[in-house]
Design a protein around this ligand. Structure first.
Ligand code: F6R
Length: 635
């Protein structure tokens, strides 16, 4: 088993804060292989006895790698699904089975079309029943589960509200299949799939918490740092209807499978000194002292021996045979040294303890932005600094981002072309009119939620490209400094369903080889593995591996940042903190505002960097308006 710090059976000292069994894996693929093997075993043993397996299934990003592994087992190892009966957790209300975002469609795309579960054994709540028939159809769904013999194994994901299925906060422990109003956060999280939050359905039909808890076994999966906080609350917090996943604590056969990013807030990972002995190296010491300072809301330099002793960090002082005063100063200096207004390094400061090395100068810098706005949201101020300080900066937009662009932007463009032709600006407009008209026709034909045809995606990508150029210009970049990579995985896929291809790695590799940068900024390392950021990051790391023997590679450092929709970096992770003044924030927000066609991410642009500055201030550092944070990737 590829489980990190858990023997997998019983509870260790380290896990004592965890009230539901939790297994931590290096990444989602390891976890999904383990789970798929368990499922395969169940299917085979039941088959030998002539019995069925009743499986409860989930949709969303989380189970995607699990379904891929089941499909692989079917194709390569002949796993036979004929004795499997499935029940899906939920469905959006109002969406037909063919709607591209319906869970019915999702399940066919992701699993059912690729394995041999008989059609009549597949059950998904019907999102199209008339309102006055919803109640009856929910009773019927419950009845069908009973008739099948009850759920043997229910697969679950977890929403940021803590929901399982669509059991939003307030769902009772004994609730059954029913219609529910979706939480604001849940709708926000689905906004990209539906091209804007306004298009996300307001309600859904979901199995109840009670329906789920009746299953013989429950497995909840969670990947990526955005899930870390809610996983901690569900596993370590009290059982409450505010977080329906916390009800798993009451089940005698429930397991959480998480990757290291989703586990990062669990006590045993986040503050392990509370659950056992730790090795007090420099990094752990720094983490513990920052944690202590934040817990007690006391600046680093004001912590005293009693604070350490009374909060479970006394061992640190004993093992290092030092007093709080000295440890505080050490950690204070370490945090202090992360602050630098010179992200590319400052000439003449060789030998000084700064995050950005002084030489070579100027540096060739490569900034990777998974979608065009990511880099501006995550590090817009730093981009401007790098340019201003004379570095040779290139920004590479890894994907076009066209899926984020609403239809209105494409319509507007087509309409302007038609208007121009109408006003007779000279020349022959026949071709352009034909093009504009065909865009409008295709938009009309696909409807509000339909999948964009290739031409429309292309046009939307170009609209965003223009906005990306504007944002770049705002940060001081010339057109030659902006590269549009258009990684192929993006244009062949949709959110939550992307799959990386060799051609993606090749394109990244060619980019790296042609530029041979000294410094790279990238993001997506702790994102949900099915997300576009994670895939863009994987394409980058795969390409970097191919460059392992290149001379430039050994002289190149990679800084990780947090892009759009990602949780802020924790203070102990920050290796470089680039401070910003209010004026610089205004410039950054201006750049982010250029991305009009995807709805402004302006609030996001200022929010988390201001929060980071406050956290630095609380530790007793200088008070800045905002701080952009970076983590140095291990060499
Ligand atoms: C899906 C479902 C939801 C999701 C949850 C997480 O059928 O019931 O509870 O599991 O919203 O979604 P993702 O996996 O997309 O993060």
């Amino acid at each position: 088993m590829n489980i990190i710090d858990s023997p997998g059976t019983g509870q260790t000292q380290q896990e004592r804060f965890e009230k539901t069994r939790t297994l931590i894996f290096p990444d989602s693929n390891f976890a999904c292989r383990e789970l798929a093997a368990e499922v395969a075993e169940l299917i085979r043993t039941r088959k030998e006895k002539g019995k069925n397996v009743v499986m409860g299934l989930a949709t969303g990003s989380t189970p995607v790698p699990f379904y891929r592994e089941l499909i692989r087992l079917h194709n390569e190892e002949g796993l036979d699904f004929r004795n499997v009966i499935t029940f899906n957790l939920d469905e959006y209300y109002g969406l037909t089975a063919d709607h591209p975002e319906s869970y019915n469609r999702f399940m066919r795309d992701q699993l059912f079309d690729h394995v041999n579960i008989p059609n009549e054994q597949i059950n998904i709540p019907d999102g199209t029943v008339a309102l006055d028939e919803v109640y009856g159809s929910c009773i019927d769904y419950e009845g069908r589960i009973q008739e099948a013999g009850g759920l043997d194994l229910q697969i679950l994901g977890i929403g940021r509200t803590g929901h399982i299925g669509f059991n939003e906060p307030g769902s009772a422990e004994d609730s059954k299949t029913r219609m529910i109003t979706l939480d604001r956060v849940t709708r926000q999280d689905a906004a990209a799939d539906f091209m804007g939050v306004a298009n996300v359905p307001r309600s859904a039909i979901t199995m109840g918490v009670g329906t789920i808890l009746d299953a013989k076994r429950l497995v909840l999966m969670a990947w990526g740092e955005n899930k870390a906080e809610i996983v901690r609350e569900a596993v370590e917090g009290e059982v409450t209807d505010r977080i329906s996943a916390s009800f798993l604590q009451t089940h005698d056969n429930a397991t959480f499978l998480v990757d290291t990013a989703a586990a990062s807030k669990l006590t045993r990972r986040h503050h392990p000194w509370l659950v056992g002995s730790v090795k007090w190296d420099e990094q752990t010491t720094k983490r513990a002292v920052i944690w202590l300072s934040q817990k007690l809301d006391t600046p680093l330099l004001k912590l005293v021996d009693e604070d350490y002793n009374e909060n479970g960090v006394g061992e640190l002082l004993v093992s290092q045979n030092r007093q709080a005063y000295h440890v505080n100063i050490d950690v204070f200096n370490q945090v202090q040294q992360t602050i630098s207004g010179w992200p590319g390094g400052k000439q003449g400061t060789e030998g000084e303890n700064r995050p950005g090395r002084a030489q070579p100068f100027p540096k060739k810098v490569l900034i990777l932005s998974p979608e065009p706005h990511d880099a501006f949201v995550g590090m817009g101020g730093t981009i401007e600094r790098l340019v201003e300080q004379g570095h040779d900066v290139k920004i590479a937009f890894q994907t076009s981002g066209n899926l984020r662009v609403g239809d209105t932007a494409a319509q507007q463009f087509a309409n302007v072309v038609l208007e121009m032709a109408e006003t007779g600006l000279g020349g022959d407009w026949e071709k352009q009119v034909g093009y504009a008209q065909s865009i409008l026709d295709q938009l009309e034909a696909k409807g509000e939620f339909g999948i964009d045809p290739e031409d429309v995606r292309k046009l939307k990508g170009l609209v965003l490209r223009g906005e990306g150029r504007e944002a770049g210009r705002n940060a001081g970049l010339t057109p030659e400094q902006m590269v549009f990579l258009d990684l192929p995985f993006y244009d062949a896929g949709r959110y939550r369903r992307f799959a990386l291809k060799e051609s993606d790695t090749v394109r990244m590799f060619e980019m790296l080889q042609s530029w041979k940068p000294h410094q790279i900024y990238a993001t997506g390392n702790v994102a949900d593995p099915s997300s576009l950021q994670a895939l863009s990051f994987n394409a980058f790391t795969a390409a970097m591996e191919r460059c392992a023997d290149e001379e430039w590679r050994s002289d190149c450092r990679v800084w990780l940042y947090r892009g759009s929709d990602q949780a802020a970096m924790e203070i102990h992770e920050i290796g470089m903190a680039v401070p910003m003044s209010p004026d610089q924030i205004a410039i950054k927000c201006d750049a982010v505002r250029k991305f009009q066609s995807i709805g402004s991410a302006e609030n996001e642009a200022a929010g988390s960097i201001q929060q980071t500055a406050t956290l630095y201030d609380d530790l007793g550092m200088a008070e800045y308006e905002a701080i952009e944070a970076f983590h140095l990737q291990d060499a």
